[in-house]
Design a protein around this ligand. Structure first.
Ligand code: 4AD
Ligand code: MG
Length: 446
């Protein structure tokens, strides 16, 4: 008799043993199930073998004895190397020593593919080697846990906005203009002319907000970052809400409520994965409203008190952000930066023309900026001047100026970088591990 290799892809949720996965194994206690997966580890001593089987949803220990699976299959199983693929059948048994509370007593196995020489062994590998083999490295338990946390964060982001009256309106990826300055643009031929990969969906989200009032876009964004830091990718995902009739205070309220929701839900739903990543959850449990809100000038004072050189007009890099965020036990919101270090579309502060109505959210533990946002300049004439001052090509922004010509209203929004957020919640210090296939200055393969 051969096992059923192919699965029903639609888990009915019913107690059908053929829908069993390691994640939902508790539903099948005492029952016989079929599982399909890969060898994560195997060891044997005499007449018993212990297989760590992973199926993408988790890892479970399977115990094999020749009497149960037959002598020939038992001997074959013992020779399997890591990442061989197989289908097993066995009974689900409660086991208090197991991390997931269960193990499987095997009664049949079918080997699908016998892998030889799996390149990622148990010895420590350098990052360069692992990145070259990213397509295989993805299968290791920490990387699987990371991807599962990332998927949960994406779901939390979508649920947050979908559940609060926001419409998803995605912005284009090929654009004729810059949003976040011209120094990090990826240019690409576009039929007889040229285009740029988007740096941010914001300008289009503003147009969508004038149509639908509360919107968000969520997609890949691109920056030709010529710096090799642990926080910069050339391709990253950004979620960008944009709301008509909202000011900077509303923007900060939204960012704070949103970050609390995403963090608290992720640590609730992905506690197991976060334990695999050895993440200390105590800091994350603290991520509750209200977040401290400080003005840019107060941030400068903090730096000076900590003997860091700083003066009005300086932009903050990773080091400054770390020093500032160390003063607080949760994310800190820094608002009203000098306008000349910020983007052209930000509204000038009516109470101090040196400043603009913007906010950066700085995550703790040295993670740094995860959100940049602002109230937008809604006045046509001021915006026209800003485009000139920033030396941007006015013709490319004609459509954007129309938003101010026709029914312009106060509005605001922000962008949260997905990879930095995943890095923060998982405690992984470098963003290269937070994307399945990261793109960086010196990295496009695989
Ligand atoms: O602060 P930024 O540049 O803001 C904008 O793009 C606005 N247009 C957003 C808006 O208001 N709708 O970028 C927003 C966030 C940053 O806080 C950071 O989390 C992330 O995007 N980010 C990057 N993440 C990884 N690699 C990079 N090179 C990033 N650049 C920005
Ligand atoms: Mg920023």
């Amino acid at each position: 008799m051969s096992l059923k290799i192919l699965r029903n892809p639609i888990d009915s949720g019913a107690e059908n043993p053929d829908d069993a996965t390691i994640e939902n194994i508790s539903k099948f206690e005492g029952k016989k199930v079929i599982l399909r997966g890969w060898v994560q580890n195997i060891r044997s001593s005499g007449k018993i073998a212990f297989l760590q089987l992973r199926d993408g949803t988790g890892t479970i220990q399977c115990v094999a004895a020749p009497n149960d699976v037959g002598e020939a299959k038992f001997e074959h199983l013992k020779t399997l190397s890591l990442e061989s693929s197989l289908v097993i059948q066995g009974s689900v048994k409660k086991d208090d020593r197991s991390k997931i509370g269960f193990e499987i007593i095997l009664n049949d196995i079918e080997i699908i593919y016998k892998t030889e020489d799996w390149p990622i062994g148990k010895k420590e590998h350098g990052v360069a080697f692992l990145m070259e083999n990213r397509h295989l490295w993805l299968r290791s338990s920490k990387q699987v846990a990371l991807l599962r946390v990332r998927a949960e964060i994406v779901r939390a982001i979508r649920d947050y906005f979908d559940g609060r009256g926001f419409y998803l309106v995605d912005s284009p990826i090929l654009t004729p203009n810059a949003c976040e300055g011209t120094s990090t643009l990826f240019e690409t031929p576009y039929f007889d002319s040229k285009a740029y990969l988007t740096q941010s969906g914001q300008l289009y989200a503003e147009a969508s907000a004038m149509a639908l009032s509360k919107v968000y876009c969520f997609g890949p964004t691109f920056r030709a970052e010529k710096s090799k830091t642990r926080r910069h990718l050339a391709e990253f995902w950004m979620v960008e809400p944009e709301v008509a009739f909202m000011d900077l205070k509303g923007d900060m309220d939204l960012a704070e409520d949103f970050v609390e929701y995403v963090v608290q839900r992720t640590i609730r739903n992905r506690a197991y994965e976060l334990s695999i990543l050895e993440r200390d959850l105590s800091v994350l449990k603290n991520v509750k409203k209200p977040f401290p809100r400080i003005r840019y000038e107060e941030a400068i004072d903090i730096l000076l008190k900590k003997d860091k050189p700083a003066k009005f007009g300086d932009d903050f890099g990773g080091d400054e952000e770390t020093v500032i965020s160390e003063q607080f036990d949760r994310p800190v919101m820094i608002h009203r930066y000098p306008k000349h270090i910020k983007a052209f579309y930000m509204k000038e502060d009516p109470e101090d023309s040196r400043l603009c109505l913007c906010v950066d959210v700085i995550a703790p533990e040295g993670v740094g900026e995860i959100i940049g946002g602002s109230q937008r300049e809604e006045n046509l004439e001021i915006l026209r001047k800003k485009i000139e001052e920033h030396k941007l090509p006015p013709a490319a922004f004609d459509w954007y100026m129309d938003l101010r010509k026709y029914g312009s209203v106060p509005h605001a929004g922000f962008g949260l970088g997905l990879e930095r957020t995943v890095g923060w919640i998982t405690g992984v210090p470098h963003v290269r591990e937070t994307a399945p296939f990261p793109r960086m200055m010196d990295k496009i393969y695989p």
